[in-house]
Design a protein around this ligand. Structure first.
Ligand SMILES: O=C[C@H](O)COP(=O)(O)O
Length: 249
């Protein structure tokens, strides 16, 4: 089967109303391939603006959510709230949630369940630290992050999940993984899905790469057989994001 190429932007904690309006105008005027699915993750407060103004062939994502629909959870945002203001997706398990905020794989898996129940699609981020790669434990770490989700959701849920493999050493550092490094881990993730979930899920799930992707380095990586797209941080705040959307052209 053909997996539709998927490109996500993750604005992280960046943006102002004025800057986002400018960027949306640029994105809306951009000429893009029709066979690419595009999603922009934005800080909660800018989601309504983005949902109203962004081109309708692109979707909007939250960058995190909590595990309850409502209640006394000061400062948290529920997946139902994200859906209510126009998000169709949520990014979960990003390395900054795992390593800066300290969220576990088990907590991330609970969020995945609740987001899916609320009707959101999920970008599930996984990836190893530099010391884990140097110790040769990349696949053990990634499989363990996946395991928490695999044992928590049903096989049918995987149709609503895109995996983002983001080696932490490549995020925001300019040290992009080589196309071969990305392909190697993506192929291993697909093999693990085959063993731990099913051949169907392994074949159909999009596995995207994130970590210092830009308009120039995306093209070669996009050609790799197990790379089904990108999750882009810094470059998604720039006009060159359009070049990444068009990486396969
Ligand atoms: O979610 C996106 C990743 O953290 C990559 O960020 P970056 O493209 O700025 O390295």
């Amino acid at each position: 089967m053909t997996r539709t190429f998927w490109v996500g932007g993750n604005w992280k904690m960046n943006g102002t109303t004025a800057a986002i309006k400018d960027l949306v105008n640029t994105f809306n005027a951009g000429s893009t391939a029709s066979d690419v699915e595009v999603v922009i993750g934005a800080p909660y407060v800018y989601i309504p603006l983005l949902a109203d103004s962004l081109r309708k062939d692109w979707a909007v994502a939250g960058e995190n959510c909590y595990v309850k629909p409502s209640g006394a959870f000061t400062g948290e945002i529920s997946p139902e709230m994200l859906a209510d203001v126009g998000a169709k997706w949520v990014i979960l398990g990003h390395s900054e949630r795992r390593n800066v905020i300290g969220e576990s794989s088990e907590f991330t898996a609970q969020k995945v369940v609740k987001a899916l129940e609320a009707g959101l699609k999920v970008v599930l981020c996984v990836g190893e630290l530099l010391e884990e790669r140097e110790a040769g434990t990349t696949q053990t770490v990634v499989n363990s992050q996946l395991d928490a989700v695999i044992k928590t959701i049903k096989e049918a849920d995987w149709v609503n999940i895109v995996i983002a493999y983001e080696p932490v050493w490549a995020i925001g550092t300019g040290k992009v993984a080589t196309p071969d490094q990305a392909q190697e881990v993506h192929a291993a993730i697909r093999e693990y899905l085959k063993i731990a979930v099913s051949s169907k899920v392994a074949e159909e799930t999009r596995i995207t790469y994130g970590g210092s992707v830009n308009g120039k380095n995306c093209k070669e990586t996009a050609q790799k057989p197990d790379v089904d797209g990108f999750l882009v941080g810094g470059a998604s705040l720039k006009p060159e994001f359009i070049d990444i959307v068009n990486a396969t052209q």
